[in-house]
Ligand binder design. Structure first.
Ligand code: SAM
Length: 221
């Protein structure tokens, strides 16, 4: 199909997408908010008072949803802590700490550790995905790398009973990633929220309860 026609089809689908319309109405920066919302409503992940880390948070719809869940009275602050990280800048969200940097870099992990100030997180979210090269093995390796780092980060910074939710793709090293999750978490679930398009191989993995938490900070190789 010609590129122009593909673009037109995408635009048509996008404009008519119920989640795009809902995001405009509800004031979310992206339709992705509804993926987290559905998983949260099913699994009761986000609760007031929690420390939540949002990896790959830009443009910020997961942060907006999370903030709304932790918000107290109208105009007040939040009960809890939200820390977002992304390579790209993000328009600020009230009461959300934002760090700009690459999650694969030790200096960025150190800055994230400083913001946590020794507190353990209740929930780590990762909607990160690498820039795709189109070379299947290279893309799968990059995806796995990001998820490995999210697991290592969780071992160091999650409460033993905490949860890690990560975006994966079924055609990018998925079975190996599931194996790793099963090795590291007591319970592992696969979640495909309705807002995740059927034609996309996107799927979310939810791990709860660390099997091998790391007590003290250690270097990430
Ligand atoms: C699908 S978007 C996230 C959308 C976000 N959850 C929301 O609701 O608005 C994925 C994000 O991951 C970020 N990302 C990808 N690789 C990253 C990395 N190595 N370090 C930090 N952020 C990364 C991208 O810059 C991008 O903003």
């Amino acid at each position: 199909m010609a590129k122009n026609k593909l673009n037109k089809n995408w635009l048509h689908d996008h404009i008519n997408d119920p989640y795009v319309k809902a995001a405009q109405k509800d004031g979310y920066r992206a339709r992705a908010a509804y993926k987290l919302k559905e998983i949260d409503e099913d699994e009761k992940l986000i609760k007031p008072g929690q420390v939540i880390v949002d990896l790959g948070c830009t443009p910020g719809s997961w942060g907006q949803y999370t903030r709304r869940k932790l918000a107290g009275k109208e105009g007040g602050g939040i009960n809890g802590t939200i820390i977002g990280l992304d390579i790209l800048p993000m328009e600020p969200i009230a009461d959300m700490h934002f760090l700009q940097g690459d999650f694969r870099e030790q200096e960025v992990l150190d800055r994230l550790g400083e913001v946590l100030q020794g507190r353990k997180a209740d929930l780590v979210l990762s909607d990160m995905a690498p820039n795709l090269s189109g070379i299947a093995t290279a893309d799968a390796a990059r995806m796995e790398d990001l998820i490995d780092l999210a697991i290592e980060f969780s071992q160091m910074h999650l409460k033993p009973g905490g949860a890690l939710l990560v975006k994966c793709f079924k055609d990018m090293g998925f079975s190996q990633i599931v194996e790793k999750f099963r090795h590291e978490f007591k319970t592992v679930m696969q979640k495909k929220p309705k807002a995740s398009r059927d034609k996309s191989s996107e799927i979310f993995l939810l791990g709860r309860g660390l099997k091998h938490p790391v007590e003290k900070s250690r270097e990430i190789a």
